[in-house]
Design a protein around this ligand. Structure first.
Ligand code: AMP
Ligand code: MG
Length: 494
């Protein structure tokens, strides 16, 4: 295999490749070409991501690009690699992890390009280096859907499929998803070098991240560790905002281990994630998470815990523990504020006030008590707000406890009546999506794709790209999930 890999033909893409992460040197990665994927075929692609990378139109039908993104060629001028990181998994130090199935192809137009599922690396541990078609489609759709919702995320350029069998709970087939982000550096990269007392490398990594992605951290004058405290504060801030966005849209990540936490505050490593159907803070979307550590309602706290791990890892650079704690503690005000602001907007208000916060917190209790469908609720409320007429039962019908919801709707109608209700309703329809990637929708696209029909995937991708539009022809995708949706089981590695 190594011999085969070492002679992979390289393709001239016409793109300019930046040394990027590879300039850090070999303490940070292992040179590793992708493993060839037999007889690949196109499963999906995102033209806009291609455009952002500067790919010439037509790439999505080109054989060279198919083979490149399947891992059967390498890019001229790039040096494929797998990076090393460690991390905390489910609250425990897990030691060395690393890119076990993602191969970094290079950086171009300010974006790192990775092939996920492109074969074994020295960090594959017990894994096979592959990803299955099912999980690749889920990652592809989710990252594009999150982007359309305005939530920071890695993007997906394409999926190459193959009939190569891959064993999971059942035998499935392999696929490679090409994912793209300004950086795939994780909290776990920092934890790795701290754990091994490799402080020069730790500093080198922090300087690299600051210079490229957080140059403003250099502006903070002051003591020696100042740029690193500023980095910790900036990551804390971005992560807090990301959590507010996840919680507001009802996104459950499922595996918030520190190796899955982006240093840029992006959503990365889509695995057993779920856009919630029925609202339930105790909802656990990862079948392997038996303790419910990553339950939906715990996500903001878990992010804070993970930030402490990052703070710990940066401590040798920061020096003063109090400064690190000070930076981390900002989470406690930034997160609630950001979340309150999002909820106010979802309710149709420009600003969070005492009143909007009380409304939101009462509402979340009611939604949880009656397990109301989260996305449908918000969409119906957005329309209801226009007249806020209690005789219109479209919202109340979603609840079992009618008296409670009527009381809530009454308080809400009084508050919303203090502004232009038509305008509020219009704004709400632009912030409360009609379409989210529910598990069962992913499954519909996946089963068609398994039968080599990729049109459903393309249609779903299109609808999710404009999730606030009506798309009347796809009304059924905005409906309640079918009964079988609750039996979809998704576990960690797929
Ligand atoms: P995840 O929970 O998917 O983020 O993965 C945790 C770690 O396991 C990372 O180091 C991954 O690269 C690695 N990993 C997951 N699945 C596989 C696989 N099929 N083959 C090799 N490594 C894997
Ligand atoms: Mg991961």
């Amino acid at each position: 295999m190594t011999f085969l890999n070492s002679v992979l033909q390289s393709v001239e893409t016409g793109l300019v490749w930046d040394p990027g992460f590879s300039q850090l040197g070999e303490d940070f990665f292992v040179n590793q070409p992708p493993s060839p994927l037999p007889a690949p075929y196109w499963v999906g692609h995102s033209p806009l991501v291609g455009l952002g990378l500067g790919l010439k139109p037509g790439w999505e039908t080109s054989d060279d690009w198919l083979h490149l993104l399947a891992g059967n060629r390498t890019v001229q001028g790039s040096q494929p690699l797998a990076s090393v990181y460690s991390g905390h998994q489910f609250g425990q130090w897990a030691g060395q992890l690393g890119d076990g199935r993602a191969i970094w192809l290079g950086e171009t137009s300010g974006q790192e390009v990775q092939l996920k599922g492109a074969g074994l690396t020295p960090f594959s541990r017990m894994g096979d280096g592959r990803a299955v078609l099912r999980s690749s489609i889920r990652e592809f759709l989710a990252s594009e859907a999150m982007h359309a919702l305005g939530i920071p995320t890695s993007r997906a350029l394409a999926i190459a499929g193959s009939d190569l069998p891959v064993r999971r709970e059942d035998v499935e087939t392999a696929a490679v998803v090409t994912r793209v982000a300004p950086s795939f550096v994780r909290f776990g990269h920092f934890e790795h070098f701290c754990h091994h007392d490799q402080h020069p490398q730790l500093r080198q990594l922090a300087d690299y991240v600051i210079d490229r992605y957080y140059p403003e951290c250099r502006l903070d004058a002051g003591f020696d560790g100042a740029p690193y405290v500023a980095l910790l504060a900036a990551v804390t801030q971005r992560t807090a905002h990301l959590m507010a966005q996840w919680q507001a849209v009802g996104f459950c990540h499922g595996v918030m281990n520190t190796d899955n936490m982006s240093i840029l505050g992006l959503t990365v490593d889509y695995g057993p994630f779920q856009f919630m159907d029925a609202y339930d803070p105790a909802h656990v979307c990862n079948h392997s998470d038996t303790q419910g550590r990553y339950a939906f309602g715990r996500q903001p706290q878990v992010a804070y815990w993970n930030l402490y791990c990052l703070g710990q890892a940066l401590l040798p650079l920061i020096g003063e523990q109090d400064r690190a704690i000070e930076a981390l503690e900002t989470y406690k005000s930034i997160y609630p504020k950001a979340f309150a602001q999002r909820m106010a907007a979802k309710l149709g208000f420009g600003d969070a006030t005492e009143h909007t916060q009380a409304l939101a917190s009462d509402l979340l209790k009611l939604l949880a008590q009656d397990r109301v469908d989260y996305t449908i609720f918000w969409r119906r409320l957005s329309r209801w707000a226009r007249a806020a007429d209690l005789r219109d039962r479209s919202v109340a019908d979603l609840f079992l406890d009618r008296a409670a919801v009527d009381a809530w709707l009454l308080s809400y109608s009084e508050l919303v009546a203090q502004q232009d209700q038509g305008l509020a309703s219009d704004l709400m329809l632009k912030i409360n999506p009609k379409f989210v990637l529910r598990n069962h929708l992913g499954e519909i696209a996946i089963s068609a794709a398994k039968a080599k029909d990729f049109s459903v995937l393309a249609q779903l991708q299109k609808v999710l790209a404009t999730p606030y539009d009506e798309h009347p022809e796809f009304e059924s995708w905005a409906n309640f999930p079918p009964d079988w949706a609750t039996s979809i089981s998704i576990s960690c590695s797929s």
